[in-house]
Ligand binder design. Structure first.
Ligand SMILES: CN(C(=O)[C@H](Cc1cnc[nH]1)NC(=O)OCc1ccccc1)[C@@H](Cc1ccccc1)C(=O)N[C@@H](Cc1c[nH]c2ccccc12)C(=O)NO
Ligand SMILES: [Zn+2]
Length: 324
């Protein structure tokens, strides 16, 4: 007989805490090794989810700090795991972890500023690493990292803005390079970038909010592009964008909350991209962060630009940008 799909009507916080704590001991799982290259991002996702659920102390603080410090390389950047080459993505994840744990002074800050500044091209765009891939994601990662370190003076902001605006499309969305198709992930990066550099006046708010709220499907979930399937992580990419624009009211909050809760694993904890799929720490943090943006009770408020708790953002003196 069909197994009765147990669906939770609330956030299974204690199960998610246990799931995240179990992640570093899964060395027999193939997935543990396949994701080695983004290990430090996984650590940032796990720690942020715990922080939003009021369980930041569920991971051993000093061990986490020592691990992240060990990732800083000669060029000042951070790799995704020990002995991996530096990349802007993992440099941001490392900075986010250390600031969440209030331990940023454990690294060489001047060298990391130099690494990030060296990523900017003369046309204002940014490369992810020395191999030269250009993407609007990296413009966001660069200004997010530098603003967390209070060093936006290290790059050419007007040139960076000029390049990002070339990624804006006629449908109100943004692509990863000038002329690329609109994608909700890029919307989040370009809006986050503009919010950090006080450039939101360049955006057609209602046109962009319309493109974003069109991502909600009948089942309450959000997708990343027209005709795509709903996916929990878009509860973050789309919703954080709407929150930055002050248009969260344009989507059906209750239906989205139910969709996110239905993607939880009621036995082992964790959240998947949609009901019935395998959970992972990536969808767990973006599901919890999405619920926080929706005002779900029992969670810390998340900052929609940095995807870190508003409490941490306020502690370092950056004003939180969330608006329900
Ligand atoms: C490399 N990743 C992706 O490509 C995911 C895959 C995916 C998950 N669900 C549907 N697809 N896609 C993804 O993150 O897309 C969102 C996105 C795309 C472009 C820019 C920003 C965000 C995921 C990892 C992953 C792989 C496979 C399955 C689940 C998670 C990933 O690491 N995403 C990155 C996305 C990203 C890249 N640069 C960024 C800059 C700012 C914010 C996010 C990112 C991230 O969130 N970093 O913190
Ligand atoms: Zn996803």
């Amino acid at each position: 007989m069909a197994t009765e799909e147990k669906v939770a009507d609330h956030l299974l916080t204690d199960l998610h805490v246990k799931y995240i704590q179990s992640l570093d001991h899964r060395k027999e799982d193939l997935e543990y090794w396949l994701t080695e290259h983004l290990r430090v991002s996984g650590l940032y996702w796990g720690l942020t989810a715990l922080d939003l659920m009021h369980h930041r102390d569920a991971l051993p603080r000093q061990e986490v700090i020592d691990y992240v410090v060990s990732l800083q390389r000669e060029d000042g950047g951070f790799g995704g795991h020990l002995h991996h080459d530096s990349h802007l993505l993992y440099t941001l994840s490392s900075i986010q972890i250390l600031i969440t744990l209030d331990a940023i002074n454990a690294i060489d800050i001047d060298k990391v500023i130099t690494y990030i500044a060296n990523r900017q091209n003369t046309d204002g765009s940014f490369t992810g690493d020395v191999w030269g891939e250009v993407d609007s994601r990296f413009s966001f990662v660069a200004v997010a990292a530098l603003s967390l370190l209070k060093r936006l003076d290290a790059i050419d902001i007007p040139k960076a803005v000029e390049w990002i605006l070339q990624c804006k499309n006629y449908d109100g969305g943004f692509g990863n390079r000038p002329g690329s198709e609109s994608h909700a992930g890029q919307a989040y990066c370009c809006l986050g970038f503009l919010a950090i550099v006080d450039g939101l006046h360049y955006v057609d708010t209602d046109l962009m909010a319309w493109w974003l709220c069109e991502r909600q499907l009948k089942n309450g979930g959000l997708n990343g592009r027209p005709e795509k399937l709903e996916d929990v992580c878009y509860s973050w990419w789309v919703l954080s964008s709407l929150s930055i624009l002050g248009r969260v009211s344009w989507i059906d909050k209750e239906k989205l909350i139910s969709f996110i809760l239905s993607a939880q694993d009621p036995d082992l904890g964790g959240i998947a991209d949609r009901p019935g799929d395998m959970v992972d720490v990536f969808h767990t943090v973006f599901g919890v962060a999405g619920l926080s943006l929706l005002g779900y009770e029992g969670l810390k408020r998340v900052d929609p630009v940095y995807c870190m708790s508003a409490e941490v953002i306020e502690r370092i003196g950056l004003e939180p940008k969330y608006s329900l």
